[in-house]
Design a protein around this ligand. Structure first.
Ligand code: CDP
Length: 207
């Protein structure tokens, strides 16, 4: 059985949390595609060429909390504008999406570019203030010395770069179900996501 769930949205919208919960609910594998760009971005901080880094990426590069820092997030969104970097990462993502047993991929361009034929597509969003607050608490809990204002500025800067780029810009697929998590608990957001995916599964059965 092949079934791809594409979950896109801006920085810190709750894609990761929803994706993990949805993957567990349906028993599907999950790929956080942001980690690919974060791993490439992290390598450029050591001076490595981003295109070479993307071409040489291996599974171990995706491990570790070091990829979750704001500095690496910024580096990720800078390498993510480079067409050759994105091209180097396409095959891996598409192969993952079509693995047997079902797959959930979350990112920015999954429903639009990587898997335009995904069986279910969600676009998860929330106000910039709510997203910054959530990310701030996450980073604080990890012991990072950071202010809410810095996190808000980081989120807005990355969103602007992600939406304005020529290559695979961040935008909802025309057939994506929108979920605004600004006023939703995690449980409520996951319930909405599961309901939308169930609807897509049932319509697939009838077709
Ligand atoms: O966790 P958060 O939403 O803050 O970011 P992420 O999903 O880890 O993505 C980090 C950066 O990678 C984003 O700001 C994008 O620039 C880039 N990215 C992308 O261009 N395409 C994807 N499919 C996933 C991430």
């Amino acid at each position: 059985m092949q079934f791809t769930i594409a979950i896109d949205g801006p920085a810190a919208a709750g894609k990761g949390t929803i994706s993990k919960a949805v993957a567990a609910h349906f028993g599907f594998a999950h790929l956080d595609t942001g980690l690919l760009y974060r791993a490439v971005g992290a390598k450029t901080l050591d001076g490595t060429d981003p295109v070479l880094a993307a071409k040489a990426l291996i599974a171990q590069d995706l491990d570790g909390d070091a990829l979750r820092t704001p500095e690496v997030a910024q580096a990720a969104s800078k390498v993510a504008v480079i067409a050759e970097v994105r091209a180097a990462l396409v095959d891996f993502q598409r192969a993952f999406a079509r693995r047997l047993g079902g797959a959930v991929l979350d990112g920015r361009d999954i429903g639009t570019v990587i898997c335009p034929n995904a069986e279910a597509k969600l676009f998860v969003t929330a106000s910039a203030e709510v997203r910054a607050e959530r990310r701030y608490l996450e980073l604080k809990n990890k012991g990072l010395d950071i202010t809410l204002a810095q996190v808000l500025a980081d989120v807005k800067e990355r969103d602007a770069r992600d939406m304005d780029r020529a290559e695979a810009p961040l935008k909802p697929a025309v057939d994506a179900t929108m979920i605004d998590t600004s006023d939703l608990s995690i449980e409520a957001a996951v319930l909405q996501a599961v309901a939308a995916i169930d609807a897509a599964r049932n319509s697939g059965t009838e077709a």
